[in-house]
Design a binder for this molecule. Structure first.
Ligand code: ATP
Ligand code: LTN
Length: 336
């Protein structure tokens, strides 16, 4: 098994990114059937919407620190910055020529992000899924652990890989599969249980940031939308209570128990009891991450060294795959 995943260095990482993506990656460290794990900081994806260059640089290092603070071991996984390995952009161009416009038009994330502004967003935002396919396909990735919102993009990467292999009568690309958590693949906004919690939401109160302090976490949970019923006893009773379901989900993930375990503990309780208990488990999980990130950011040379080693390792794999692709499409190799 080969694993690849990534996060954009845009905005502050949320507990949704942690539960949906990073927590899965950390758990994968224990799986002996995994041969290779690569976790990328996808800065080239981030510039598909406007970014402040200074902030982008700072966030890219911060994400590296967050990966490590959350438990990703740089000795077990390759951590690197996407723009350090040019093969990603190079393969993305080739895949732009394999992917079909009709496939891109089906991507719901583009529709959501472009909204009514479709004519005025960047071409990069539209082409983004083929860059993501390049990220995945360069490394013979078999499994891509992501949150629910990225499933469609991984499925598109499969379609692109299959079409390329077919068009060039080759088996150059391994066909990847998305890996989603059974519970927690989609953490919702604290203010609207039908909307994904997102680091680019303009309202900070909708999310818990991984670098929030204990006070703001407690305040945000206190003000999170709920309803006037007490906590239910059965999972099916959460069906029409998306906000409550989301809080139970967050509790379960942070305390490492099932959602049913949470209900067994709090059935019949009101939110005056449940919310402070939830804040406590979230703070216990998140606060140490913030502390560790601060320590790591105080030593940029250490982080840069890990990222440089990661880029070298990633490049050595990516280069070989890109050369196979160039050969298959009919590009003449350079003499020297
Ligand atoms: P944005 O809203 O700015 O697009 P994002 O919060 O969705 O950002 P990404 O960089 O797009 O963050 O996502 C990184 C990873 O985190 C992906 O695997 C994505 O599926 C996962 N993820 C993001 N938000 C959530 C969420 N609310 N619940 C579960 N997983 C999530
Ligand atoms: N598009 C993803 C980030 C991403 C990614 C990837 C995830 C870019 N390349 C490759 C998994 C594999 C997002 O979360 N917005």
């Amino acid at each position: 098994m080969k694993i690849f995943s990534g996060i954009q260095p845009s905005g502050d990482l949320t507990i949704g990114n942690y539960i949906g993506a990073i927590q899965q990656w950390v758990e994968m460290h224990k799986d002996p059937s995994i041969d290779e794990q690569l976790y990328c900081i996808v800065d080239m994806h981030a510039i598909t919407v406007t970014q402040d260059p200074k902030e982008l640089r700072q966030k890219s290092r911060e994400i590296a620190a967050i990966y490590i603070a959350c438990g990703i071991d740089p000795e077990k996984a390759t951590l690197f910055i996407q723009s350090h390995v040019p093969a990603h952009a190079e393969l993305a161009w080739i895949l732009n020529c394999t992917a079909r416009i009709g496939w891109m038009n089906r991507m719901t994330q583009f529709k959501d992000k472009a909204g009514k502004n479709k004519e005025n967003v960047s071409l990069g935002l539209y082409a983004y899924p083929s860059l993501m396919a390049a990220d995945i396909l360069l490394y013979d990735t078999t499994h891509v652990p992501v949150g629910d919102d990225q499933k469609q993009h991984v499925e598109l990467a499969r379609d692109i890989a299959q079409k390329f292999n077919h068009d060039y009568a080759s088996d150059i690309f391994t066909i990847p599969a998305p890996v989603l958590r059974k519970e927690g693949a989609r953490i919702m906004s604290l203010r609207d249980g039908t909307k994904k919690m997102s680091k680019s939401d303009p309202v900070d109160a909708t999310r818990i940031n991984l670098l929030d302090d204990a006070d703001s976490i407690t305040q945000k949970i206190k003000k999170a939308k709920t309803d006037s019923e007490p906590m239910p006893a059965k999972l099916e009773d959460l069906k029409d209570r998306p906000e409550v379901k989301n809080l139970v989900q967050i509790y379960a993930s942070c305390a490492d128990i099932s959602m049913q375990d949470v209900l067994d503990k709090y059935a019949g309780a009101n939110f005056g009891t449940f919310k402070p208990a939830l804040a406590e488990v979230v703070v216990a999980k998140i606060a140490p991450i913030g502390e560790k990130v601060k320590e790591l950011l105080a030593d940029p040379a250490y982080l840069d060294d890990i990222l440089e080693r990661g880029a070298k390792k990633a490049e050595s794999i990516a280069k070989v795959k890109l050369a196979e692709v160039y050969d298959a499409v009919g590009f003449i190799p350079r003499k020297g």
